[in-house]
Design a protein around this ligand. Structure first.
Ligand code: 13P
Length: 279
């Protein structure tokens, strides 16, 4: 029905992968998330406008992560809108409080209505020197305070081209999750080469990588790994969301650019809401 050969092949591959992994028996008892990472964008007025227009869905957990100074207004706008939308920070400090100029503590995030926090985003790893040891301290602090950490991992283009993706991801996971006993976390697989480039990973590649990530989570958490949501991030948008939502180990997306406009973000939410009804 006017379907391109490329999309036909994509569907065949998706079915084949789903089958190999026991797609049908593999119950999706994991939560599906569509999460916005606004990065360093938006004013208070733009935030108000966004929450006036965006419509969430009860089939999907929708979370918005604005920059720190927008968190409290965003909390109020979400309340006003009556939409089931969660709030998350983009970063957190590992200490309870103290002389850490420019930082935000986990309890401060809770205080302004956050339930989530992004930790270890590749942009912070690149320019703020965050390494796995620091990520691990922040993850522990978030969990101790009752925030769900959204832990970002991903390989650079050089690491991908030299076939080191699995080694890099596994090091990042073991580092971030060192001495952790709770699997009450979200993992976001964000290949660095796909972030903000328009070169999203194919859904097949993302699925394969997510399955690998889950195998590492099993080594760390045993059976609990099956209930950990693993999100894809990197140039995700309304047009490619359906490809990701059809994959058994892709439990949602972490969206940058396409989350800034209410209509495109809502488009992605709707794709996952539909996918979830069908699974
Ligand atoms: P883009 O969706 O703009 O590629 O950003 C992805 C990202 O970094 C989300 O955390």
């Amino acid at each position: 029905m006017g379907q391109s050969i490329e999309s036909y092949i994509k569907h065949l591959v998706r079915d084949a992968i789903g089958h190999t992994l026991g797609g049908l028996e593999l119950q999706r008892d994991r939560k599906t998330y569509v999460i916005a990472n606004w990065k360093m964008n938006k004013t208070v007025n733009e935030t108000a406008e966004f929450f006036q227009y965006v419509k969430s869905s009860k089939n999907v957990s929708v979370v918005v992560c604005p920059s720190a100074q927008l968190l409290y207004p965003a909390h109020l706008f979400i309340k006003q809108s009556g939409q089931p939308i969660g709030l998350g920070g983009q970063n957190v400090h590992w200490a309870d409080k103290g002389a850490y100029t420019g930082e935000t503590s986990a309890s401060m995030l809770k205080d302004v209505g956050c339930e989530y926090v992004i930790i270890g985003h590749s942009e912070r790893r690149q320019y703020a020197g965050e390494d796995d040891v620091l990520v691990n301290k922040k993850v522990k602090q978030a969990l101790k305070t009752g925030l769900t950490p959204i832990i970002c991992i991903g390989e650079t283009v050089d690491e991908k081209n030299s076939a080191r993706t699995e080694q890099v991801l596994s090091t990042q996971l073991f580092g971030a999750l060192k001495d952790l006993h709770s699997g009450d976390i979200i993992i976001a697989y964000e290949p660095v080469w796909a972030i903000g480039t328009g070169q999203s990973a194919t859904a097949e590649l993302a699925q394969q990588t997510h399955a690998f990530i889950r195998s590492v989570l099993k080594q760390i958490f045993g059976g609990q790994a099956d209930s950990i949501s693993i999100l894809y991030g990197g140039s995700a948008n309304e047009n490619n969301a359906a490809d990701y939502s059809g994959m058994p180990d892709i439990d949602g997306v972490l969206v940058g650019g396409a989350s800034l406009q209410a209509h495109s973000f809502e488009g992605i939410i709707n794709v996952f809401a539909k996918g979830d009804q069908n699974s």
